[in-house]
Unconditional design. Structure first.
Length: 290
């Protein structure tokens, strides 16, 4: 992998993926190394989600504790490390619609191809946790309208992913109304969080225009369906936001236990040469010898 990958072309890179007519899979990355792993595995996009970043950067829950500045730093590092288009979690925009506007601008300048803005009240929490609250319709719509306006005024090559958590608080009809309103305002992708059965997923895909998002969380509320079935339902994007971090924790926990018990160098692991290739050391050495 190159030491300094060519950056993705923002929203234009995403557009070319969706124009291919197949569902786009974007597993969650949480730092520069995990983004490089996704690229090496052959994925075409990645998702920088707040849950994984809060857990790995702060060791804290996804409950509104991760700030705009911390997420911006993480986005900048991730986007510099990969040529994949990265969709980033802008939470609620960190305040009122003007804050949402600033979040979109900052994240776009950091290199994100798409920014997600949701309608929860701050402090927000993971979409598959209990106790969520959402803002009223007027506030929810104003956040997305502000982001669309900012993109137009600054001619930004960035997509907007508009998420609603209203299903858990106000029911399916309200959630569908909000998702449709977001699409009508100019959001490129919508995201109805945490449907609990296939019937709700089908209603969303049939009732809301534009590209729809499936968010698959291990042990979460939404049925874990194969990509082929998601495509048949009408989804255009599938996120696996915590899959890498869950598996990473298991691997690190096992490694810590093995080391404490006196593990040998022969314990199953990635070779040292492999991680050097992953972080671009051969390219570094070639460049430094010119």
């Amino acid at each position: 992998m190159a030491l300094f990958p060519t950056p993705a072309r923002g929203g234009s890179a995403l557009r070319s993926l969706f124009e291919a007519g197949r569902i786009v899979a974007a597993p969650g990355c949480f730092d520069a190394l995990s983004a490089r792993i996704l690229e090496a595995a052959g994925f075409s996009a990645g998702f920088l989600g707040g849950f994984s970043v809060a857990a790995t950067r702060l060791g804290l829950p996804d409950a509104g504790l991760l700030s705009y500045g911390e997420m911006l730093d993480q986005a900048r590092d991730v986007c510099a490390a990969t040529s994949l288009p990265i969709l980033g979690d802008g939470d609620t925009g960190y305040g009122n619609p003007v804050n949402a506007e600033r979040t979109l601008l900052g994240f776009a300048r950091a290199g994100l191809a798409c920014v997600m803005i949701e309608d929860q009240r701050w402090p927000k929490r993971c979409g598959h946790m209990a106790g969520k609250e959402v803002v009223d319709r007027e506030e929810a719509v104003a956040r997305i309208r502000a982001c669309v306006r900012a993109r137009e005024e600054h001619a930004l090559d960035v997509w907007i992913l508009a998420r609603t958590d209203a299903l858990a608080t106000d029911g399916l009809e309200e959630a569908l109304w909000r998702a449709s309103a977001f699409a009508d305002l100019g959001a490129d992708i919508t995201f109805l969080e945490a449907p609990t059965d296939v019937a709700q997923m089908r209603r969303y895909c049939q009732g809301v225009p534009g590209i729809k998002t499936a968010n698959l969380v291990e042990d979460g509320k939404t049925p874990w369906l194969p990509v082929s079935q998601l495509e048949d339902l009408g989804y255009g994007l599938v996120l696996y936001p915590v899959s890498l971090v869950l598996r990473s924790v298991e691997a690190m926990r096992r490694a810590a236990e093995e080391l404490r018990g006196g593990a040998s160098a022969a314990t199953p692991r990635v070779a040292f040469d492999e991680i050097q290739r992953l972080v671009g050391f051969p390219d570094y050495r070639a460049r430094s010898e010119r």
